[in-house]
Design a protein around this ligand. Structure first.
Ligand SMILES: *Cc1c(COP(=O)(O)O)cnc(C)c1O
Length: 345
């Protein structure tokens, strides 16, 4: 049985993705530029993303879990698993498909007890999320490990906060304190904080996918993902009638409406109700009423030609879409979900 092609697709611009990585690589200066491809490549599809980034020259990939590493294993890439190794991960971790990023003293002991091997280590410089403490490091916790990359993570890189410089200084002070071959601090936002932040390896995610965690990126990266949804019905809504759940939109005049196959289950969140828009050629067509789980009403008075089966582009310009919907750019990308046909162009 072969399913028909879905009424929802995600156009993925492979050139834009590669150009974004090259731009981040240049911004990284003498540091090597890697790529965070966790959460299924920020919703775009991890294998498709990683294949194209590897072709562009990227050599270091970061995922959150071993399931994500296993999904990339056929590509034979150099992958690090940011969440490290639990007991139940040791089987797959010992197969050598990826390196663990050790985060806790227990993970460090677990890795040493199993005979070690190449690993990365996350050290906490103030975020208080994952990572071993600088105190434990100074006390010798990491002695005897074969550390490829010592890393830390910035809490406020998307803001001009004093914490950035404090974390940078705390991390820089660890140079030479371990046998790590490389040091790595910056995510996307951290890269544009300047050369003091890039160390040996950078780990951008969001900006690769066209996101702009800081204003600097608006002139640097291009959008990669564009959702398109098919028209399932076109109808005329008479003056005074309402549209959708809770009847929140009332037609001020007879209105032409297209019902599209996309909804909040596809990451097109309720925050776009009455605020988002779709594109058809040059026309920007407004969302009318509530976004449903799987459906969306669009006003098409300005687009006479639209009919059943036509495809409309959903505007997902990330910075604007984030402020309109109240979601972060990260949430918009990683919520795109499994119902799209992902099509690289
Ligand atoms: C997600 C993540 C990144 C990438 O962050 P962006 O803000 O998407 O560039 C880098 N490092 C770590 C440890 C992460 O968890």
């Amino acid at each position: 049985m072969t399913a028909s092609s879905p009424p929802l697709r995600l156009l993925l611009d492979g050139e834009a993705l590669a150009d974004n990585w090259r731009a981040l690589d240049r911004l990284s200066g003498s540091a090597v530029c890697g790529a965070a491809v966790k959460a299924d490549g920020y919703g775009l599809g991890a294998a498709g993303v990683a294949t194209r980034l590897a072709a562009a020259g990227c050599r270091d990939f970061f995922v959150a879990t071993w399931a994500e590493a296993a999904a990339l294993a056929p590509l034979g890439l150099n992958v690090s698993v940011l969440h490290g190794v639990r007991d139940e991960d040791m089987g797959i971790a010992r197969e050598g498909i990826a390196r663990p990023v050790l985060n806790t003293p227990i993970q460090v002991e677990r890795w040493k007890a199993a005979g070690g091997g190449a690993c990365d280590v996350m050290v906490d410089t103030g975020m208080n999320r994952l990572g071993v403490s600088t105190t434990a490091l100074a006390a010798g916790l990491l002695d005897g490990l074969a550390i490829e990359t010592l890393m830390s993570h910035l809490a406020c890189a998307d803001e001009d906060a004093g914490m950035n410089a404090r974390q940078q200084a705390g991390f820089a002070a660890l140079a030479g304190a371990t046998n790590a071959r490389r040091m790595s601090l910056a995510n996307s936002a951290g890269i544009v904080l300047g050369p003091a932040y890039t160390f040996d390896l950078t780990r951008p995610g969001l900006a690769l996918y066209g996101g702009t965690p800081r204003g600097e990126y608006e002139a640097i990266v291009r959008p990669v993902a564009t959702p398109q949804a098919q028209v399932l019905q076109r109808r005329r809504v008479p003056t005074g009638d309402t549209i959708g759940y809770n009847a929140t939109w009332t037609a001020p005049a007879d209105t032409e409406v297209a019902i599209l196959n996309i909804g909040y289950a596809d990451g097109y969140f309720r925050g776009f109700s009455d605020r988002g828009f779709a594109r058809w050629g040059d026309a920007a067509l407004p969302v009318l009423g509530r976004v449903s789980m799987d459906l969306l009403a669009i006003g098409v008075d300005d687009a006479a030609g639209i009919g059943e089966g036509d495809w409309l582009t959903i505007d997902l310009t990330l910075a604007d879409a984030a402020s309109v919907s109240g979601m972060s750019q990260y949430e918009l990308l990683t919520s795109l979900g499994g119902r799209y046909a992902r099509r690289w162009i």
